[in-house]
Design a protein around this ligand. Sequence first.
Ligand code: URA
Length: 272
Amino acid sequence: MDQSTPPAPEILAHSLLAFWADAGVDCLYQDEATDRIAAGLSPPPRRVEHVAAPLRTAPAAGEPASDALAEARRLAAAAQDLTSLAEAIAGFEGCPLRFEGAATRSVFSRGPSDAPVMIIGEGPGGDEDARGEPFVGRAGQLLDRMLAAAGLSDRVFITNTVFWRPPGNRTPSLSEQALCAPFVERAISLVRPKMLLLVGGASAKAMLKREEGILAMRGRWFEWRSDDESLELPAMPTLHPAFLLRQPAAKKKAWSDLVSLVQRLDRPDRPH
Ligand code: URA
């Protein structure tokens, strides 16, 4: 192309959309563009009001998070099975992620309710938000292939540290994870897995309350304890499949983590 010829508008538009998609902007605010300046219109309402319409209002700024945490604990404790736990999560309005506009619904779990392994990821992405199930996008498909190769496909219950998609797929904050933690703990106490697989640094740090990076923690066994210390389980952190998609050379490490998890799971005659 002649250097002095500007690229065609559709090429520019395509490139800009690709840039936004890479940055995590993957849905449109409106189907039709409105020139609000030319029309003398006031700024559009925040998208959060639009998507959160059935959810009443967001918690007021400055509302003590402890109220929300107490509510999360109350709702989680009252759930007597996984169906009521999923309903309790769907009705919980205390996690600010719910009102941040990217998420359309809560995403709780998939997998058998008596699975011996519970996988806890970081938080739902765009595909999970759209389908309402964890780990169903590209990263989830890679996870599924690894689980199948390890003979674990029907032996895992999969959930996340938070149940609403963080905007732009950012890492959930510790306080967002803390607000969802009572539901995660309740899921563990209802499923009663033999062990946990913590997928990604944000999951490992939140669940184990440790500071080290995932590369230092992966492949090692830790003891996870519930808040009230009534439950204890072995837990292994491993690399996140989204990281493996970007760094395929690291798959070897994740595979060796899975192999040692299966060895421990299937070890005869020894306490887990
Ligand atoms: N990444 C996660 O950590 N969880 C999902 O459910 C999907 C992608």
